[in-house]
Design a protein around this ligand. Structure first.
Ligand SMILES: [Zn+2]
Ligand SMILES: [Zn+2]
Length: 432
């Protein structure tokens, strides 16, 4: 933007009278870089699982309160924090969102601020690690809050800061995450006209950012199917109903849902079985077999079609075997598609190019992972982008992925993420 302003000064006719005075984002970000790094390292060393982010939430809330933000609220959806920065000039209302939770993963990074925290998870002692980089997201957004606060008098509009818990999903039996924050009225109290978020990402190199217009990250749904037969001796199959053979046929026929029934010229989709449980002994045909798996889609109609088709396959194929099926497709309604509003994405991509140079802005392939930012972006136009985390001298396609015990964040990502988010937010606020 600095270069653009210089051109404007030399040839005002090219830019026209409406060109907004934009602050120097690089200089603005530089005032918080050291703090962002310190926050990120502190949070990294003290990771907390979903709905347990009490220390992290207090750090965030104390910071926003010290900055003089309005309406600082805590305890939303268990540990979520929101606050409003009201600029000194009229302008749009937007929301910026970060997530705060860590994962049950034992860290093997060897960093001086490596997590030594352990917890009980599903009856096992396991480490807790910011293996998805949400420590970086929280640190970056705290820095963005401070940087924007420092120019509050000149800032147009109002910005809602959202620090959400449990992006990776709440503990069993609990509610949590973005949808629970919405259920507790976050967008009722402050309705933004756009929402922005970012994620540090292993398949991009530090210095790069990536995005995609339209659908970008998949909807993720779980399913459970129980095939019910009738137990009998393995030597006398005609005396019972064999659920193992029926389950095998259900799995086979389910492969035709994506390959034969879905219009995959619209979007790709995946149906995967992840576990089969049934039987205890070589010569006993069991009563039932349980199948569980995951469904990934990028289109709501295709998502609903898979739910219906998989239910139909399970019940019809089981019936053909004289068995029956109890289908829960999905058994827990999962995360919807994360989709970038095309008009917003076009504007935000220009901001990313301004902040980082066009060569560092990458258009990404579809990502089969899911992200619960989608709940916010289903309410108002949203833009979500990826910030490269893998050191520049490494092949990012081979780097340990997010969620790996070896996931590594090059802290250049903090500088890039801070500048990118600042530029996206400021350009949006100053465009009107
Ligand atoms: Zn994750
Ligand atoms: Zn994540």
């Amino acid at each position: 933007m600095r270069q653009l302003l210089l051109v404007c000064a030399l040839a005002a006719a090219l830019c026209g009278p409406a060109a907004a005075q934009s602050p120097d984002v690089d200089a603005l970000a530089a005032t918080v870089d050291a703090k962002v790094q310190a926050w990120r390292r502190d949070i990294h060393q003290h990771p907390e699982l979903g709905n347990r982010e009490t220390r992290t939430a207090k750090l965030v809330a104390d910071h926003l309160t010290a900055l003089g933000f309005e309406d600082v609220r805590t305890g939303i959806a268990t540990t979520g924090v929101t606050a409003v920065l009201r600029g000194g000039k009229p302008g749009p209302r937007i929301a910026l969102r970060a997530d705060m939770d860590a994962l049950p993963v034992t860290e093997r990074s060897g960093l001086p601020f490596e997590s030594k925290v352990t917890t009980q998870f599903n009856g096992q002692t396991i480490g807790v690690m910011h293996a998805c980089g949400h420590d970086a997201h929280t640190g970056i957004l705290m820095g963005v809050a401070e940087a924007l606060s420092s120019m509050k008098a000149d800032l147009p509009g109002e910005i809602l800061f959202i620090f959400q818990p449990a992006e990776e999903g709440p503990p069993d039996g609990e509610k949590g995450g973005a949808d629970e924050m919405l259920a507790q009225g976050v967008f009722d109290r402050f309705k933004p006209e756009a929402v922005f978020g970012l994620h540090v990402w292993s398949t991009l190199n530090a210095g790069q950012v990536g995005y995609r217009s339209g659908p970008m990250m998949a909807a993720s749904d779980r399913f459970k199917i129980v095939i019910k037969g009738r137990q009998t001796h393995g030597s006398r199959p005609w005396s019972g109903v064999d659920p193992i053979v029926a389950a095998a046929d259900v799995i086979g026929t389910a492969q035709t849902i994506v390959s034969r029934r879905l219009n995959i010229s619209r979007q790709p989709a995946v149906v995967s079985f992840g576990a089969i449980h049934g039987g205890i002994r070589f010569n006993i045909i069991p009563d039932e077999v349980e199948l569980i798996g995951t469904i990934r889609t990028f289109d709501e109609d295709m998502r609903q079609q898979i739910f219906a088709d998989l239910t139909n396959v399970a019940q019809s194929v089981a019936k053909a075997h004289g068995a029956s099926a109890v289908s829960q497709v999905p058994d827990i309604v999962g995360t919807p598609v994360t989709s970038n509003n095309p008009a917003l994405a076009a504007r935000a991509a220009e901001s990313l190019a301004t902040a980082l140079g066009a060569k560092n802005v990458v258009e990404m392939d579809l990502i089969m992972a899911a992200e619960d930012f989608s709940h916010f972006a289903n309410q108002v136009p949203g833009f979500f982008f990826m910030v490269g985390a893998t050191p520049k001298d490494q092949d990012a396609s081979k780097a340990p992925s997010n969620h790996s015990p070896e996931f590594f964040l090059d802290e250049e990502a903090l500088r890039v993420g801070t500048r990118a988010m600042l530029q996206v937010a400021l350009d949006y606020q100053q465009a009107k």
